[in-house]
Design a protein around this ligand. Structure first.
Ligand code: KG4
Ligand code: ZN
Length: 337
């Protein structure tokens, strides 16, 4: 079995995956949404302290499996430095104490492998990754060969949901709150720009749209002056602009890329409105849409364990003392290595 640890942002999670069957033997996640809610986003130092409490609490429950472990896997990049370190410290300690190899896992590759939890991997695949930190389209040829085809020039889809929710005083995380509110709203009430609509660039951008939402909130007299209906309408109009942006750029990619299988992963891939839109787009382009089960869309250690199964097979181990967070420019850009 492989024990995997995820602590790249505000979810403390540990999973145990059986190597021979790919089955999840154990999986637990403690989220910190409540603690960060009043700030409208994740406070890294607070997140780090909460991981220091939650991770050992979860680990205790996995003790009965320790004698069966063949490796420890841990997210080492990209993510918040101070929270990644919590998972890495635990992973290093376990690997040294149990004298088993250590597997570093790239968080975004974990999201991609969330599609294959308890399943065989079916590749090649085109993947839209929409999370709190990233917005990218990736061509996944194989375990070794992944290429970024488009990426955000500024903010990510998840972050834009979070910040728009914050601007309307709705709480954190904004994605599920805005999606639920939008169901009661009129998506045509507010005229918001579709980012990069007239640009030939195959890239994403959310900062201008976020600012447009900010100006609408001001025009309404501020979040306190907005009625529930105003908030629902603005949520729906914002979500529609995000959808149109994603679809417009995805269409350009679909016309170039012959790969028939397309997937959406990452926290924001839980959004049913976006899923439905892609279902239609895939039909139009003769592609098959794949999504992860809802419980594995947002950050979790099961996806880290699933990726680690391949890494274990290929003996992609790292020296116990060499592992650390990769804090190069590459990581800041969230690039796949
Ligand atoms: O993948 P994830 O758990 O963490 C990162 O790797 O960043 O993604 C978290 C993000 C948050 O920004 C959250 O607001 C967004 O995913 N999210 C959603 C929905 N559920 C979560 N965004 C839009 N619609 C949703 N239903
Ligand atoms: Zn993530």
């Amino acid at each position: 079995m492989i024990l995997s640890i995820e602590s790249s942002c505000d979810d403390s999670s540990i999973a145990i995956t059986e190597i021979a069957t790919k089955k999840i033997i154990y999986h637990k996640k403690i989220s910190q949404e409540e603690e960060h809610s009043c700030y409208g986003g994740v406070v890294p130092e607070l997140a780090s302290r909460l991981h220091a409490i939650a991770l050992p609490e979860i680990l205790k429950e996995t003790k009965p499996y320790f004698h069966k472990l063949k490796a420890i896997a841990v997210t080492n990049q990209p993510g918040l430095g101070v929270t990644l370190l919590e998972g890495i410290a635990m992973a290093k300690t376990l690997a040294i104490l149990l004298d088993i190899p250590l597997i570093p896992v790239h968080h975004l590759k974990g999201h991609i492998y969330s599609l294959f939890i308890e399943k065989e991997a079916t590749l090649p695949l085109l993947v839209l990754l929409i999370s709190g930190g990233h917005t990218q389209v990736i061509r996944v040829e194989s375990f070794e060969h992944m290429e970024i085809l488009a990426t955000s020039m500024d903010d990510s889809v998840g972050e834009s949901f979070d910040k728009c929710a914050k601007m309307m005083g709705l709480g954190y995380p904004g994605g599920p709150i805005i999606e639920a509110l939008a169901r009661k709203g009129d998506e045509n009430r507010f005229d918001l720009p579709v980012p990069l609509r007239n640009s030939p660039l195959i890239a994403f951008s959310l900062s201008g749209l976020k600012n447009a939402v900010r100006l609408k909130v001001i025009a309404c007299g501020g979040s306190a002056a907005m009625s529930d209906q105003d908030k629902a309408d603005l949520s729906a109009s914002f979500q529609k602009a995000v959808k149109r942006h994603l679809l417009q750029k995805s269409k350009k990619i679909f016309t170039k890329e012959p790969i028939k299988d397309f997937a959406i992963v990452g926290g924001a891939s839980a959004n049913q409105y976006i899923r439905n839109a892609y279902e239609e787009l895939c039909q139009e382009f003769g592609k098959k849409l794949h999504v992860s089960p809802l419980e594995y869309c947002s950050d979790n250690a099961a996806m880290i364990g699933r990726y680690a199964l391949h890494a274990y097979e290929k003996k992609q181990f790292i020296d116990h003392h060499a592992i650390d967070i990769i804090s190069t420019k590459k990581q800041q850009a969230g690039m796949l290595l």
